[in-house]
Design a protein around this ligand. Structure first.
Ligand SMILES: O=C(O)CCC(=O)C(=O)O
Length: 278
């Protein structure tokens, strides 16, 4: 349990841009990303979050090294457009390193999809300072949430002493930037009660030129792309999503009773969290 006094102040360097996304943009991104046929990754072994994830840009290992020899995974179109807007906004705000956030060889995007059931969470952490640049942008879609920041005075270790904490609201369709101390002195995380509704977040980071590197053979990555997605076939007419091919996740009559309809029209099997060790 993290200690430290709770402050009503935001961590220095945290910037919130309300209403950054339009309703249409949010809808297009949800349609683009929330497909059961999307490149969902199996990161359950990390026991880190109960979000489902997709990653674009250079392949990054579990140890936060750039995996050499793996082809870059291009961002899909609406995501790439958003990355360019986030980079423009960073530039407008005069933030250091804004270009690496926009789709390109040095831009890394992680998509987190938090399910409603049981609440979505992500353990407190600090994004690797060796691998990623000093500005991280993140867009919140589908629901409001909150995040706690933990002042560890720069210590990124999971058990680092917490000197104080601060809770920050993340409104739906907003963008936040972590820069300065909020990026490099504080850890951040989301508790289940802070993300009680289905939420999608897109984090944009620049990969540093001298980021640690590894080979595909050595990398501890589990990229079980499309094999373990807890998402099953959506009712595509309702979700406005393209009909998926038959090879992934047709829902049989037996399992249909266990599936739930969600606000985005995605139908999901319920307890993926158990599988992810949560
Ligand atoms: O969902 C969020 O707002 C936070 C995501 C995050 O911290 C991460 O992907 O490392």
């Amino acid at each position: 349990m993290a200690g430290g006094r709770t402050t009503s102040q935001q961590p220095e360097g945290l910037i919130l841009v309300r209403d950054f996304l339009s309703v249409a943009e949010e809808r297009d991104l949800a349609r683009e990303l929330l497909s059961p046929d999307g490149p969902w990754l199996d990161k359950g072994h990390l026991r880190f979050a109960n979000s489902e994830q997709q990653e674009f840009g250079p392949v990054i290992s579990d140890a936060m090294e750039v995996v050499e020899g793996k082809p870059e995974r291009p961002m899909p179109s609406a995501t790439a457009r958003l990355s360019a807007r986030v980079a423009e906004e960073a530039e407008r705000l005069g933030l250091e390193v804004s270009k690496g956030l926009a789709a390109g060889p040095d831009a890394f995007c992680r998509v987190n999809y938090y399910r409603k059931e049981g609440g979505g969470y992500m353990h407190k952490h600090m994004d690797s300072k060796k691998t990623f640049g000093p500005v991280i942008g993140c867009c919140s879609l589908l629901a409001d949430a909150a995040m706690t920041f933990y002042d560890t005075q720069g210590n990124s270790f999971g058990m680092a002493k917490v000197h104080r904490t601060a809770e920050v609201q993340l409104p739906r369709r907003s963008l936040y930037f972590m820069t300065g101390p909020s990026r490099s002195q504080w850890q951040h995380g989301i508790r289940k009660d802070q993300c009680p509704s289905e939420r999608l977040s897109l984090t944009f980071r620049s990969v540093l030129p001298d980021a640690p590197r590894t080979s595909a053979g050595k990398a501890k990555i589990q990229l079980k792309v499309q094999k373990v997605s807890p998402m099953k076939r959506p009712s595509s007419s309702e979700a406005g999503l393209p009909k998926s091919s038959t090879k992934h996740g047709g829902v049989g009559a037996k399992s249909a009773s266990k599936l739930k309809q969600t606000p985005t029209g995605i139908v999901k099997r319920r307890p993926a969290a158990a599988k992810m060790g949560l």
